[in-house]
Design a protein around this ligand. Structure first.
Ligand SMILES: [Zn+2]
Length: 261
């Protein structure tokens, strides 16, 4: 078993606290600043999307309680990809709840450091629990096994398609990164193109900067206006366009620096 030592210890994790809020009829935000954590209520148990950093888990457990849920009802922890900022808290949360960890099969080796996974998923797999069917889309690039997903949900009873891009960071796309693998930028651009064809009504971010999760959440709590579900403030397609542009910029920089052909 490899020994994992976190590269970044947060001396004051509470400074990243975000007050939890409800996004759709089934989804709550229970994460902290930076890495997102979402809770999905399926009517027959809970699903957590990304447990986050180990030293932030106490805030996530507190937020789950504050939203009126019991963490021991968590059945699955979906890890969008095999990086520590999304998976570090898995062993503790799994120990607390007995939940099964779900991870993209190509990220299984990377996930070993963070307690591994109970269920490996690949493109087209569906995770069913209660009234939810989580449909996985393999979107490699940021990591080889990065998984996005969609599911049908409702907002005040109105049907919506919710989902996420499971790993959008360009940090691993440069040949200078330890996370780089040959062909990752082509994979990434193909993944973005594929996701652009999916008409998401509700975009759940992977990191708070993806859709200003924190700002939108604060506005929702203060004014009741829910910019996560309004078509006018749907950041899905603009975000994907930004991802493509940033990837192309990274490729260009690497070329200019002689790092790639
Ligand atoms: Zn990552």
């Amino acid at each position: 078993m490899p020994v994992y030592r976190p590269r970044r210890k947060t001396p004051t994790p509470w400074s990243g606290y975000i007050k939890p809020f409800k996004i759709t009829d089934s989804v709550c935000y229970v994460g902290v600043y930076q890495v997102c954590t979402h809770l999905i209520d399926t009517g027959e148990g809970l699903i957590i999307v990304d447990a986050g950093y180990a030293d932030c888990l106490y805030m996530i457990v507190d937020s789950i309680h504050r939203m009126g849920y019991d963490p021991t009802d968590i059945r699955y922890i979906i890890s969008t990809h095999g990086h520590g900022d999304h998976m570090e808290a898995n062993p503790a949360l799994r120990g607390l709840t007995g939940a099964k960890v779900v991870l993209g099969e190509k990220d299984l080796p990377a996930g070993e450091k963070f307690g591994g996974a109970d269920i490996a998923v690949k493109d087209g797999d569906v995770l069913s629990l209660g009234n939810k069917k989580i449909k996985f889309i393999h979107t490699p690039g940021h990591t080889a096994g990065c998984m996005s997903f969609t599911f049908e949900d409702t907002v005040d009873g109105r049907p919506v398609l919710a989902g996420t891009f499971g790993g959008a960071g360009a940090n691993t796309l440069t040949a200078a990164s330890s996370g780089y693998y040959p062909g990752c930028t082509d994979d990434y651009l193909r993944s973005v193109e594929r996701l652009e064809k999916i008409p998401l009504d509700v975009f759940l971010a992977n990191h708070t900067w993806n859709n200003d999760t924190e700002g939108k959440g604060r506005k929702l709590l203060e004014t009741g206006v829910n910019d996560f579900v309004r078509p006018e403030t749907n950041d899905w397609l603009p975000f994907l366009a930004y991802c493509r542009e940033r990837c192309l910029r990274t490729v260009e920089k690497d070329r200019a620096a002689g790092l790639s052909p």
